[in-house]
Design a protein around this ligand. Structure first.
Ligand code: AMP
Ligand code: MG
Length: 494
């Protein structure tokens, strides 16, 4: 029996002027197969899990059949890629199916990625490889469980096609959920064409959808820039606190909602060093770990340029007002970073004076080539001085300065009011025991490609749902990679 699939789609983006998108239907992939449905997310979005897993559901998730009420479209956007402006990018391999509301009335986009060519595809085939889809599934769900604002994975499917890259790979479709897919590059698309009215339409839409409170501000467009900057500063601070490197922070990969988007060459650092770069195409380290806050500000400046005329009709005045907002970015970032890094070492009310303690710890970690995630996780129990003298001595492989650092840390913790056990528990809530490590993600992908087995993929996405739970110390998900397992480079993988 065919199960009925009814989804209450809304299409507010499709009500915007025609210049915002190209309407088209997904290509029909030959023999789609559902690999994974994110049941928790489906339920949150008030979708019928059984129906989604039925034949009709797979026809819908693969784009073969349009659900009633869906008005699929490819979004137009531009963007600075590695600092160079490209006036037209757009959804070249993605289609927005429409929006749904969750139980609290919050609006989410449902988008297909890898669903075929669009007018924005240029020379691309509009397809996605299985590897890139599994990767985005694991890392985006991992980020979300770690508490980082992120796009989410609703489903992954095989398309039934083989697609050509360096070799033939299985084609796949990723079903992505986001608060919206509006990017800094969406603003740039209209600004670059001199379409001021459409920049205004877009800004008003973003305010209505994401930041209705700014309507009350004296200058709503300036307030919009301010709140988006705050979100980005907080987002990047969150990445930094988890050792996450986005890898391709182009303006087209920077959302207005403040969610992490586009998991291409991203990576969680194993060994800590601020200059770490994994992306194979980031030759100059533009998007290196330690450079991410600077780039986020650079991206906010590109957004600001598109809003100038809305902020004030007089350009000089507009520039002054905008500068006053952008100048706050470093402080927004530092505040969020300090708070997060402070909590990671058990300090609840971190002040500016704690930055030295945190900075010196990072210095020790870099000098001893410490594993980022495991060092912070170990520090949780090592915060109890009496029980952990050997553990402390071993942590930085005999770095001389470490004894002094531990002494200063002990003194600082004495000023905080928490009980030692309570502190360990609080620290374990912000220092994950597992993250989507590169070699684990790579292993899950290789197992799928070589052996057509999705066991490793299933195992890791299940484990990553509870990243702060203590695990056995020799657990494969906890251990850093063996030398032969280390992933040196990541790729955009489309
Ligand atoms: P990304 O690297 O995912 O941020 O994508 C940059 C641009 O390239 C976007 O406009 C994408 O839609 C487009 N693109 C990436 N891969 C493909 C593909 N396989 N076919 C068509 N367009 C693509
Ligand atoms: Mg992108």
């Amino acid at each position: 029996m065919r199960q009925a699939l009814t989804i209450s789609f809304q299409n507010t983006y499709a009500r915007l002027p025609g210049e915002f998108y190209a309407r088209l239907s997904p290509e029909k992939m030959p023999t789609p197969r559902l690999l994974k449905l994110n049941e928790d997310l489906a339920k949150k979005l008030q979708l019928d899990v059984d129906a989604l897993q039925s034949e009709a559901g797979i026809e819908f998730l693969s784009g073969r059949v349009e659900a009633e009420g869906s008005e699929p479209l490819a979004m137009a956007y531009a963007g600075h890629q590695f600092g160079h402006f490209v006036p037209q990018l757009g959804d070249g391999r993605a289609l927005l199916l429409g929006e749904v509301l969750d139980g609290q009335g919050r609006r989410y986009d449902i988008q297909l990625k890898g669903s075929g060519r669009t007018p924005f595809s240029r020379r691309g085939d509009g397809r996605a490889t299985l590897g890139s889809v599994l990767r985005e599934y694991i890392v985006s769900e991992g980020m979300s469980a770690l508490g980082v604002p992120s796009t989410r994975a609703l489903a992954a499917l095989l398309s039934g096609e083989g697609i050509m890259r360096e070799q033939v790979f299985p084609g796949a479709i990723f079903v992505r959920v986001a608060q919206s897919h509006i990017r800094v590059g969406t603003f740039q698309f209209f600004a670059a064409r001199g379409k001021k009215d459409l920049v205004k339409t877009l800004a008003d839409y973003v305010i209505e959808r994401h930041y209705p409170a700014v309507k009350e501000a004296e200058n709503p467009y300036l307030a919009l820039l301010d709140v988006v900057s705050q979100r980005q500063a907080n987002l990047v601070a969150h990445w930094m606190a988890l050792g996450f490197i986005h890898g391709v922070m182009n303006t087209d990969n920077t959302t207005l909602s403040g969610e992490t988007i586009d998991y291409g060459p991203c990576a969680f650092m194993d060994t800590y060093h601020p200059d770490t770069v994994y992306s194979s195409i980031d030759h100059h380290g533009r998007y290196a770990y330690g450079n991410q806050p600077n780039i986020a500000l650079w991206n906010m400046s590109r957004l600001a340029e598109t809003l100038l005329f809305l902020v004030d009709a007089n350009e000089d005045k507009a520039v002054k007002k905008i500068e006053q907002v952008l100048v706050k970015f470093p402080e927004y970032f530092s505040q969020s970073w300090r708070l997060r890094m402070g909590r990671k070492i058990g300090i609840q009310n971190t002040g500016e004076e704690d930055e030295k303690l945190i900075g010196d710890l990072l210095g020790l970690m870099a000098a001893s080539k410490a594993d980022f995630t495991n060092t912070f996780r170990r520090l949780c129990v090592l915060s109890i001085k009496e029980s952990s003298l050997t553990g402390r001595a071993n942590l930085f492989h005999g770095q001389e300065k470490s004894e002094d650092w531990f002494e200063r840390w002990d003194k600082r913790l004495e000023c905080d009011e928490m009980e030692p056990d309570e502190r360990v528990a609080a620290m374990q809530k912000v220092n994950p025991s597992i993250i989507p490590r590169n070699h684990l993600v790579e292993n899950a992908i290789q197992e799928a490609l070589r052996e057509n087995s999705f066991e490793a993929f299933e195992y890791i996405i299940d484990a990553l749902k509870t990243p702060f739970v203590e695990r056995p110390p020799r657990d494969k998900l906890v251990l850093p990679p063996e030398p032969q397992e280390v992933v040196e480079q990541t790729f955009c993988g489309t």
